[in-house]
Write a protein that binds this ligand. Structure first.
Ligand SMILES: [Zn+2]
Length: 491
């Protein structure tokens, strides 16, 4: 019964959103949402003006200003530092001026010495925190680049890498199911691998996994790049090694297998590091209308930083202009909605996610509301490609997620998948995980059944990689779901 009363206002509203009932024109303008609006925001965020929104860079800060200007236009209250929308934190970044170069000199089948130059983005990506300059040298494969004596594992044992260029793997040789996974996690960080390589005397490296990644450390004298299958296969084939088999054996036996490779590599990078730069979260709020309940807050967030520009713009559309746009459209509707929330709703557009979850970590350490007053935190990351909807982790908080499933069943009618929240045992990969680890109820809204190819951390992650119709529905889902939670008297 209470449920029915609770939704009455929203159902009436849904008629004005989706139905044909008569109403005045102003209302229909205020609470409608279109693909046009979605595309407009997404086009702006992914434009060259914001230079790929690398956290801490001038382009990022400009995009933060733009979001804040929209919040202000819609009457959303600033909740950052000193009455502004911005919550600042330290965020060093590296400007990459061009895509640099990677080439490999080796002896081919015809016993000729050849030099093969590779292409960005097809075969390699420049290191996003590479030092500037050119290095050349001999190559050593060091597996996962890990020295973990307490786990009886050392990729550097018995091999001299001083003055060499290393080739090593992303990730860990174990997965989340391993009984010692928690002990392995510190070795999963790129920053750790870089430090360990430097400690062993390397001058640079080729990191196996071809993508843009600012979540690394800058080291003045080190030059590095990320490589894909083509480069890996060339190097291993020229050395008479079967790459796939070698990697599989390391993982299956948990036994390092490091060795010198044949040939020489040259890597060039053209960069400048900005050590003292700052980035920010953009925070706005719609204050609740109930004198008591307004002290309780629902947080919804998405990272709005991207992976910048590597000599080619990385528009960072699906990851994660999509999440930001979904929330912006919902925030605009909520701000202009005739149905008002009793509880408060806090919108956080995080910075520094791609640099290692810096913005969300800073927020949980410097919250704007006491944790016990936060009903839940809902995260959106890569939410704009597909046909279905999802509430990842939502099953663990049915009292909250039921409002979203209800909205979908009654108004949106997409297939919706749900799952239970899982404890974070591996390296946290999303802002939502940072909230979970800090004791918040957190779940994620997602899109499923992708209809377009996903270009993760790639120049082709542009507006064409989005499906605006699902984003319209995600914005509606947020709008109805948040109103349901905010006005639930039983919570
Ligand atoms: Zn992301």
């Amino acid at each position: 019964m209470i449920q029915i009363i609770l939704y009455t206002g929203i159902i009436l509203l849904s008629w004005s959103l989706f139905g044909n009932c008569q109403q005045n024109k102003a209302d229909s303008i205020l609470i409608s949402i279109s693909e046009k609006e979605i595309i407009e925001y997404a086009t702006k965020l992914t434009s060259a003006e914001f230079d790929g929104r690398l956290s801490g860079s001038p382009g990022y800060l400009k995009s933060a200003q733009w979001i804040a200007s929209k919040f202000e236009e819609w009457g959303i209250k600033p909740m950052g530092d000193n009455g502004s929308y911005f919550q600042y934190f330290d965020n060093a970044y590296t400007k990459v001026f061009d895509s640099g170069s990677v080439s490999y000199q080796f002896i081919n089948e015809k016993v000729n010495i050849v030099e093969k130059k590779y292409h960005f983005p097809e075969e390699y990506f420049p290191g996003q925190n590479s030092g500037s300059g050119t290095i050349d040298g001999e190559l050593v494969y060091v597996g996962f680049g890990i020295t973990a004596p307490e786990l009886g594992y050392d990729d550097y044992e018995g091999i001299d890498v001083k003055g060499k260029i290393l080739v090593f793997e992303y990730g860990l040789p174990v997965n989340g199911e391993n009984k010692d996974i928690e002990k392995w996690v510190p070795y999963d960080y790129h920053q750790y691998k870089f430090k360990n390589a430097i400690a062993h005397g390397a001058i640079g490296w080729l990191y196996i996994n071809k993508l843009a990644n600012p979540n690394t450390s800058y080291n003045y004298d080190i030059v590095y790049a990320h490589i894909g299958d083509e480069v890996v296969n060339d190097i291993f084939n020229a050395s008479g090694k079967n790459y796939k088999e070698i990697r599989e054996n390391i993982v299956n036996n948990l036994k390092p297998n490091s060795f010198e490779l044949i040939g020489k590599v040259t890597i060039t990078a053209n960069t400048k590091h900005f050590e003292d730069s700052k980035s920010c979260n953009v925070i706005g709020m719609i204050e609740g209308t109930d004198p008591t309940l307004k002290s309780e807050v629902i947080i919804i967030g998405a990272h709005h930083d991207g992976v910048g520009n590597l000599g080619k713009l990385l528009p960072s559309a699906l990851d994660n202009a999509s999440g930001v746009v979904d929330i912006m459209a919902a925030a605009r509707m909520l701000a202009q909605s005739p149905v008002k929330p009793k509880r408060s709703i806090l919108f956080i557009m995080f910075g520094g996610e791609e640099c290692g979850l810096l913005g969300s970590t800073f927020y949980v350490n410097n919250p704007k509301f006491p944790k016990k007053k936060v009903v839940c935190m809902i995260n959106l990351d890569m939410v704009g490609n597909g046909k279905g909807l999802a509430l990842w982790g939502g099953e663990s908080y049915p009292e909250i997620s039921k409002h979203f499933t209800y909205a979908n069943t009654h108004f949106i009618r997409r297939t919706m998948r749900t799952s239970e929240a899982r404890p974070v045992k591996t390296r946290p990969r999303t802002d939502g995980a940072v909230f979970t680890m800090n004791g918040y109820k957190s779940f994620a809204i997602g899109t499923t059944d992708g209809v377009k190819p996903v270009y993760y951390h790639h120049p082709l992650d542009n507006v064409d990689a989005l499906t605006p119709d699902i984003m319209v529905d995600v914005a509606k889902l947020i709008y109805f779901g948040l109103l349901g939670v905010a006005n639930d008297d039983e919570l």
